[in-house]
Design a protein around this ligand. Structure first.
Ligand SMILES: Nc1ncnc2c1ncn2[C@@H]1O[C@H](COP(=O)(O)OP(=O)(O)OP(=O)(O)O)[C@@H](O)[C@H]1O
Ligand SMILES: [Mg+2]
Length: 368
């Protein structure tokens, strides 16, 4: 090799190595001749695991045979172009996972014959953002739709509910009573879904003032009294005395509690223990809602706050409950976290900033 060509090859290697994109040099038969560090990171290989190997090992199975054919055709009429046309392209990592890529191809004459430089951009992050954006747009549309529908559906539903309740009070026949009860339950279900959708969609400015979380916890539990007794659930409440107020929208916090308690009750169809705790933690009030229910595996835990994620049967859950909860808490400058173990139970922990006008310290005591 002449010093000149050595120089240019050396330069070529340096340029390839410095590129932020993954770059591969492939020979006429599809063997990898050169690979830069970015490509090694993208695909998760060491350099010597790739050099000399067929480029097809970086392509997911279903696309491999097509690729072989495209490669042969490319070599017949080599010219710079992007790969894939309108098709989506994927790379295959060493660990078997796939990622979306964009690939540019440039033919190159090497000392050993024709070759191709493939420049690879990992576009999985861009794809993820695109999906997120599409989802945000869909949710915004949903918000408009839900607000419009709430009135159209809510009003007749109230009328149906009112009439059914009226008739139920007067019905003497058991079959009739059963039918009316079914109507009432189903209407309540529709109303619930509508309310969840509305709460999720409604971007009304919260009306915040100093709120006593202890009162909200107690009121919310009252609403579930009957259900709790029916399901053989014991409740224990641990509330610090002289707990400072939080600066919050009362209705929204009630909704948070209803959603969390509902989820806990659903998770304990055979009974169990529901524990609610309130304590001061620095500049925050910490609220814990814990149950001894069926818990969640990791896959569920990762998605619980996603809109429309539900493990409940069709028609039983909207999958918006926790999305609403998280939205409300974060709007209040608070945080929500969870711990959960399958067959053991789940604890949601919420921290809400205390009302700045409050200076009261807390002397812990237990109220059962
Ligand atoms: N306390 C809990 N124990 C076990 N799993 C839970 C608990 N809370 C939530 N989950 C899981 O998280 C999922 C999402 O909860 P989320 O409240 O957002 O929706 P949902 O309860 O399914 O429907 P909706 O609240 O609209 O009735 C549930 O379907 C369930 O799988
Ligand atoms: Mg729920």
């Amino acid at each position: 090799m002449s010093p000149e060509s050595f120089d240019s090859e050396q330069q070529f290697r340096l340029i390839v190595e410095a590129a932020p994109n993954g770059m591969l040099l492939i020979d006429e038969r599809g063997a990898i001749v050169m690979v830069n560090t970015s490509a090694l990171h993208q695909f998760g290989y060491e350099r010597d695991e790739l050099l000399g190997q067929s480029v097809e090992m970086l392509i997911p199975g279903p696309f491999r045979s097509d690729h072989r054919q495209h490669r042969t055709e490319f070599m017949k009429v080599p010219q710079a172009r992007s790969m894939g046309g309108q098709r989506e392209l994927f790379g295959l990592r060493k660990d078997g996972s796939e990622f979306a890529v964009e690939i540019g191809l440039t033919p190159i004459q090497t000392a050993k014959g024709m070759g191709v430089v493939a420049s690879i951009v990992d576009i999985s992050e861009r794809k993820r953002l695109e999906v997120q954006l599409r989802r945000a747009e869909r949710l915004a549309e949903l918000g408009t739709l839900a607000s419009g529908m709430a009135h159209e559906i809510g009003t007749p539903m109230n009328v149906i509910l009112g009439r059914a309740e009226y008739l139920l009070q007067r019905a003497a026949d058991d079959g009739m009573k059963k039918g009316l009860t079914t109507i009432i339950t189903q209407v309540e279900r529709i109303t619930k879904v509508m309310n969840q959708l509305l709460a999720f969609a409604r971007r009304r400015t919260p009306e915040r003032r100093a709120v006593d979380l202890a009162k909200i916890v107690e009121d919310s539990l009252d609403m579930f009294q009957e259900r709790i007794a029916q399901c053989h659930i014991t409740v224990d409440t641990t509330i610090e005395s002289s707990l400072p107020f939080v600066h919050a929208d009362q209705d929204q916090l009630i909704q948070v509690l209803i959603n969390l308690v509902m989820n806990s009750l659903h998770a304990m169809p055979e009974g169990g223990r529901l524990s609610l705790g309130l304590a001061r933690e620095g500049e925050y009030v910490r609220l814990e809602v814990a149950d001894t229910g069926h818990g969640m595996p990791e896959e569920t835990r990762a998605k619980v706050f996603d809109p429309f994620f539900t493990t409940k049967d069709f028609g039983k859950g909207t999958g918006l409950g926790l999305t609403v909860v998280k939205g409300i808490i974060e709007e209040h400058g608070g945080t929500i976290t969870l711990e959960s173990a399958v067959e053991k139970g789940t604890t949601f922990t919420i921290r809400l900033p205390i009302d700045s006008a409050q200076t009261a310290g807390a002397s812990p005591s237990i109220r059962l």
